[in-house]
Write a protein that binds this ligand. Structure first.
Ligand code: ADP
Length: 231
């Protein structure tokens, strides 16, 4: 099943085309990485799928339901069943790890017992058992990254959107977290839409790499044998 379907989407800012007739489909459980230089339109695609902005023309559907069409947001971000991790992790500094994860679960109306169950499970999955009470400032960069992942995944989104989530980390940690993302994706089965300008990162993570250039899709490549790289 198509979990995300962008159909002929265009958008411009102040008369300058940012995306020109983009069509992109994500199957359930697929890992799409959008790769391209700064300014080519990668983040704009994520913001459109997230529902922060609407396309000028074209339409977007998630899990078979239209969410945006022709300058109109049909479903707002919180009703799209998405998780998001951006480079600026935007963890709440005054809340503990548990508090950060619970915040979104509360907003989505999960009852307390279920919230606690999900927090325990996801902290275990991201290898953060034992850190539940810490504040973000008491964690390393990699640990903060795991908390951001846990927070995004706790509501069990159909799609996870990630915008350059590892680019502030040193290479060793970056490579380690690529493997973590693959492992979590395999275990939980969400569709992944991941944006980066780093070719190595793209090829490590993707099942399909979408090459972008100046607001257009330049090439698409399926990555075979990605299993061998998980180590
Ligand atoms: P990338 O993520 O690949 O670096 P973006 O999607 O952020 O690229 O931007 C694509 C183009 O759209 C760029 O030329 C950028 O300057 C422009 N752009 C993006 N957002 C805005 C905005 N809010 N206002 C004006 N121009 C924007």
């Amino acid at each position: 099943m198509k979990i995300v379907d962008m159909d002929s989407v265009s958008i411009s800012y102040n008369g300058e085309t940012a995306l020109d007739n983009i069509s992109l489909e994500i199957d359930a459980g697929e890992r799409i990485v959008i790769l391209g230089p700064s300014g080519c339109g990668k983040t704009t695609i994520l913001r459109l799928v997230a529902g922060f902005i609407a396309p000028d023309t074209g339409s977007i559907s998630i899990a078979g339901e239209p969410v945006s069409r022709n300058r109109h947001i049909i479903k707002p971000p919180e009703q799209r069943g998405l998780g998001m991790v951006f480079q600026d992790l935007a963890l709440w500094p005054h809340l503990s790890v548990t508090g950060n994860i619970e915040f979104g679960l509360k907003a989505k109306g999960f009852p307390k017992v279920e919230r606690k169950r999900r927090i325990r499970r996801i902290l275990n999955l991201v290898g953060m058992d034992g850190y539940a009470k810490r504040k973000p400032a008491e964690l390393s960069g990699g640990q903060q990254q795991r908390v951001a992942l846990a927070r995004a995944l706790a509501p069990e989104p159909k799609v996870l959107l990630m915008d350059e989530p590892l680019s502030s980390l040193d290479l060793e940690l970056n490579v380690r977290l690529r493997k973590e993302i693959l492992r979590l994706q395999e275990k939980l089965g969400f569709g992944l839409l991941y944006v980066t300008h780093d070719r190595d990162e793209a090829f490590d993570i993707a099942s399909r790499v979408v090459f972008m250039k100046r607001g257009r899709i330049d090439d698409v490549r399926s990555i075979a044998f990605s299993r061998d790289k998980k180590g």
